[in-house]
Design a protein around this ligand. Structure first.
Ligand code: OGA
Ligand code: NI
Length: 365
């Protein structure tokens, strides 16, 4: 890895510390260009009904129905959501609701530990593992209004419990259990997507490297209260670089916005649901039949927000390219083969930049 990624280009400022210092104006580093700012006026007008839409909701239990038409209809709803939205919410997904609540609350507690306790886990741009406050290493670059914790869950050799928070005392145990359940859900959804693409049901699982090589990481995002939420973003527009994301949003503070044409739809979280979205690697494997859709996070002055983004990924050294079955004369392979490790160096260097990365993988015509 290049030298410029060994350390952050400037001293790290914790956004939570800034927020808690009681400042009335945010530092210039967090002020976005006008075109990148959230447009609160637009999203609250009632004149355009598209702003009231929510992403599709899927009841996964319907896939076990004895009625074949209900099973088919549910597969079709998922297929449509992947093609048209890149996002959907799932309920009856098999992950224990109690575990979801415990995972949320243990992470909220972590972020409310004293700064010196969290600082023990301060991260660097080499692996990003640990407690962080920026994505990207560009000196003087604009920053997002959030802190985070990033850790590896799979493949097992990359799992290092010493890099996970030692406090709260139950944290490691809860992350372990949560990871195990969410991985099962990820596996289930990759099978559904493979079938919907007309591929063997294990296609994506195998391409991700199977049980031994597939990757999974957790990023817990902490969005502190912000005195000027209309000038900044909690997380700038991006598409997720990995395979698929299973997001556990805050129960009662919305913030995630999904791009739909020229609009930004604010997702209304449903109790006990996961928000699932397609990442760039599935866009590549599906030869763009499924798209990784841009999304971003807005913040607010009233309440902090915590979200758990679980990234379900191909193993880092596997070459990812469009599935042969989906490459035809009419639709030639759109992307050049790349490993996920090479691919994710981009966001780690440049920070979140819309969909510019997957576009850069386009094969020359
Ligand atoms: C992410 C992400 C959304 C959220 O972590 O990649 O898009 O609601 N998070 O925090
Ligand atoms: Ni994301």
């Amino acid at each position: 890895m290049s030298n410029c990624l060994q350390s952050w280009p400037e001293p790290i400022v914790r956004v939570q510390g800034l927020s808690e210092s009681g400042i009335r104006e945010i530092p210039d580093r967090y002020v976005k260009r006008p075109s990148d700012r959230p447009c609160f006026k637009e999203t609250t007008t009632l004149s355009s009904s598209s702003h009231l839409e929510n992403i599709p909701l899927i009841d996964l239990e319907n896939l076990n129905s004895s009625d074949e038409s209900i099973r088919d209809e549910t597969m079709e709803l998922i297929s449509k959501a992947c093609r048209e939205w890149g996002f959907f919410q799932v309920v009856n997904h098999g992950v224990s609701h109690e575990l979801m609540a415990n995972a949320r609350s243990v992470w909220r507690e972590f972020f409310h530990l004293p700064p010196e306790e969290k600082q023990k886990f301060a991260n660097s741009p080499v692996t990003y593992e640990g407690y962080g406050s920026r994505l990207g290493v560009e000196k003087g670059g604009k920053l997002d209004w959030s802190d985070y914790f990033f850790l590896h869950y799979l493949p097992e050799p990359l799992r290092d419990y010493n890099k996970w928070p030692s406090l709260p005392i139950t944290c490691r145990k809860i992350i372990g259990e949560y990871g195990q359940e969410v991985v099962k859900l990820g596996r289930k959804i990759t099978n559904i997507l493979s079938i919907n693409l007309g591929l063997n049901e294990n296609y994506l699982h195998t391409k991700f490297g199977g049980d031994n090589e597939r990757g999974a990481c957790l990023r817990v995002n902490f969005y502190p209260r912000c005195p000027q939420p209309d000038l900044t973003l909690g997380l700038s527009s991006h598409s997720d670089p990995g395979g698929m994301t299973l997001l556990l949003p805050d129960t009662d503070v919305p913030g995630l916005q999904v791009r739909r044409g020229d609009d930004w739809i604010t997702v209304k979280p449903i109790p006990n649901a996961f928000i699932v979205n397609i990442g760039d690697q599935i866009q590549v494997l599906s030869n763009a039949i499924y798209k990784s859709i841009e999304h971003r996070v807005i913040v607010n002055s009233g309440q902090e927000r915590v979200s758990l983004a679980f990234f379900y990924n191909p193993g880092g050294d596997i070459l990812i390219q469009p599935a042969e079955e989906l490459v035809t004369e009419d639709q030639p392979a759109l992307y050049l083969p790349t490993t996920f490790n090479e691919y994710r160096a981009f966001i780690r260097t440049n920070g979140p930049r819309g969909k510019s990365q997957v576009e850069s993988l386009k094969s020359p015509r």
